[in-house]
Design a protein around this ligand. Structure first.
Ligand SMILES: Cc1cc2nc3c(=O)[nH]c(=O)nc-3n(C[C@H](O)[C@H](O)[C@H](O)COP(=O)(O)OP(=O)(O)OC[C@H]3O[C@@H](n4cnc5c(N)ncnc54)[C@H](O)[C@@H]3O)c2cc1C
Length: 372
């Protein structure tokens, strides 16, 4: 049985960034990443909008707000220095009625409280100058929002971690974890049999949609701790027309009580346009896009882009959000915690890392390394 210092469960963007951070900070520690797929980034990290958010929506003082604002700056810096494809396209959150205009003011204030300095509320003329095809009464303009190539950024974290000596065990699904005197025993269903069983001083749970199940494996009561996840699926439809549509990112005003930001219009780093994601709960991980949802997408998009036709929409991809339940009316935040108070020192849980997880990732990995 191998004995290592640190085991990271999950080779999504969060696990990869933590592996890079820790291997550079602690070059003499043995670090292993266990990933059930044959490669990294096959789940949520490659099934998202690839938007680097500016930090407007999140509750001031929350980890989401802090990590988003910090992570955005760190990500842009990494992209610039390492030739990773990104585009600071700017984003409009558009209001189509008086009620939504009031909400834009609230979002503006919230964004300013979170440290987003470059926001501006613009009227019809300002919107027309930026996005001639948009029909809206007012908009919150965020010039610092943009998109990145999520695969390239994952490749960057993976390569850096590998160069610093991290061992990646792909095809290794964690099936059991037990606390022992020395640390933790981790059992795997391992196709290559490179890591069937590991003893690790520290365990970092970055298992995304399965993070609550990993926490339960070690003996944490996930119901009582508020760690239980539910799945909220989000589908995308691509824009298949050749008519020019938008120059940057366009979001509706988030509807109160909605669990997502609303169906937005995205331009990916390569310049292709897509719409999404919608949001509905699912019991199983199934990434099929339901073609019948096209009409509902269309209805939602034409509220601010009236020229888009139903036949311009083709099913694209989908992703699934690892959602924590709203507790006592409070919006759930990222859970990032070393579980010593529950009797599991050296066991670090990252649970509910939904959006803006991609944007926040450099800040999350720094925070985790500071927990040591
Ligand atoms: C529809 C959608 C849109 C989004 N848009 C944005 C956006 O525009 N901007 C933004 O900032 N964020 C966005 N996000 C959020 C972002 O994608 C996530 O926060 C981020 O990808 C989470 O990464 P992760 O590494 O935690 O999870 P994952 O990528 O899911 O990685 C977890 C890994 O753990 C592995 N694993 C699980 N269980 C085991 C096990 N038992 N043994 C071994 N390995 C295991 C999985 O195979 C997986 O590879 C979006 C998310 C969704 C769903």
């Amino acid at each position: 049985m191998d004995k290592v210092d640190i085991t990271i469960i999950g080779g999504g963007i969060v696990g990869l960034a933590i592996a890079k951070e820790l291997s550079e900070k602690y070059p003499n520690k043995d670090i292993v990443v266990l990933e059930k797929h044959e490669s990294y980034g096959e789940e949520t990290s490659s099934r998202n909008s690839e938007v680097v958010h500016s930090g407007i929506y999140y509750t001031p003082g929350s980890l989401k707000a802090k990590f988003c604002v910090l992570g955005k700056k760190m990500l842009w810096d990494i992209c610039e220095k390492n030739n990773i494809l990104f585009r600071k396209l700017g984003k409009l959150i558009v209001a189509t009625n008086q009620e939504e205009i009031k909400q834009l003011d609230e979002l503006f204030d919230r964004g300013r409280k979170n440290g987003v300095e470059d926001l501006e509320i613009i009227g019809v003329k300002g919107i027309r100058d930026l996005e001639p095809n948009i029909k809206a009464l007012a908009a919150l303009y965020s010039p610092g929002t943009g998109v990145i190539d999520s695969h390239s950024i994952m490749k960057y974290f993976y390569q850096k971690a590998k160069d610093s000596g991290v061992m990646f065990c792909f095809g290794s699904e964690v099936t059991g974890i037990r606390k022992e005197d020395w640390g933790y025993r981790i059992d795997c269903r391992d196709r290559s049999l490179t890591c069937p069983c590991i003893k690790s001083r520290v365990v970092i749970n970055a298992a995304g949609l399965w993070a609550d199940k990993i926490a339960a494996m070690v003996g944490i009561d996930i119901e009582k701790s508020g760690y239980k996840l539910y799945y909220l699926k989000g589908e995308y439809f691509s824009y298949s027309s050749t008519c020019p549509l938008v120059n940057g990112l366009v979001y509706p005003t988030p509807q109160k009580g909605n669990k997502s930001l609303g169906i937005h219009t995205l331009v990916d780093p390569g310049g292709s346009i897509k719409f999404g994601p919608n949001a509905y709960p699912v019991d199983e991980i199934d990434y099929n896009v339901v073609a019948e949802h096209r009409s509902a997408f269309h209805q939602s998009i034409i509220t601010y882009l009236p020229d888009v036709k139903l036949e311009d929409l083709s099913p694209d991809q989908s992703g699934i959000r690892p959602k924590l339940a709203i507790f006592d009316g409070v919006e759930p935040d990222f859970i990032i915690i070393e579980e010593k108070e529950k009797g599991f020192p050296g066991f670090i849980n990252l649970i509910g890392i939904e959006s803006p997880g991609l944007t926040s990732v450099p800040a999350i990995s720094k925070f985790v390394s500071d927990l040591f």
